[in-house]
Design a binder for this molecule. Structure first.
Ligand SMILES: N[C@@H](CCC(=O)N[C@@H](CS)C(=O)NCC(=O)O)C(=O)O
Length: 201
């Protein structure tokens, strides 16, 4: 049996979980999920009924992880310590993982849904301020760095990079030289290509 099972639909954020597993060189099985016929096993792993959800098969029993950012970090911790941050990289790594999973994701989703914070007070209280402030932070980060933690690829790049890659593809983050250069580096990675390809045997 593989070490992990990934609940997966190819037209979804589950691709992020697959990319994380590929980068880690982890052994995993795919549990296909159809939107109109979700399996009970998915709800047992993630009561939200969303993908990705991951099972880690351990001798003591299975552990379930959901949320893309958590899955990315968990997989690196369990299977690929070289993709974890060094002590000197931890500030950048965690800051950008949480920024991307919280403020950035909310800013992009709210904008896509046509909702904007209401006026100056709205901006002060909503966690990302405004879409413009959140996207300027993202762009500025990669003006000064090749990867989230500087010169070296870490698991944070799978998650933050997916937000950038998808954002550029779907036009939900502003295109610009910094983000384009970052996404181009990520798209060259073999594990990125594999994650978009066939489901493993
Ligand atoms: N916050 C979650 C979002 C997961 C999510 O929204 N997944 C979507 C596909 S991209 C899904 O499973 N949708 C099916 C549904 O909600 O019924 C994460 O980051 O993992």
């Amino acid at each position: 049996m593989a070490d992990f099972t990934l609940f997966f639909n190819p037209m979804s954020r589950a691709l992020i979980g697959k990319w994380a597993l590929e980068e880690a060189g982890a052994s995993y099985d795919i549990f296909p999920v159809e939107w109109d016929n979700k399996p009970a096993e998915l709800f047992a792993a993630n009561p939200l009924g969303k993908v990705p959800a991951l099972l880690h098969h351990r001798p003591e029993g299975d552990l379930a992880v959901s949320e893309c950012a958590a899955i990315c970090h968990y997989v690196a911790d369990a299977s690929a310590p070289s993709l974890l941050p060094t002590d000197a990289e931890k500030a950048d790594y965690f800051r950008m993982m949480f920024f991307a999973a919280g403020p950035l994701e909310a800013a992009v989703s709210n904008k896509a849904a046509g909702w904007v914070p209401d006026g100056e007070r709205g901006e002060m209280t909503i966690g990302y301020g405004s879409f413009e402030r959140a996207s300027a932070m993202l762009d500025g980060w990669f003006a000064e760095r090749d990867y989230v933690c500087g010169e070296r690829f870490t698991m944070a790049d799978v998650y933050v990079g997916s937000q950038v890659d998808w954002g550029l593809r779907f036009g939900t983050v502003p295109a610009g030289a910094n983000l384009e250069a970052y996404a181009a580096k990520l798209r060259e990675r073999p594990a990125y290509a594999t994650s978009l390809g066939a489901i493993p045997d």
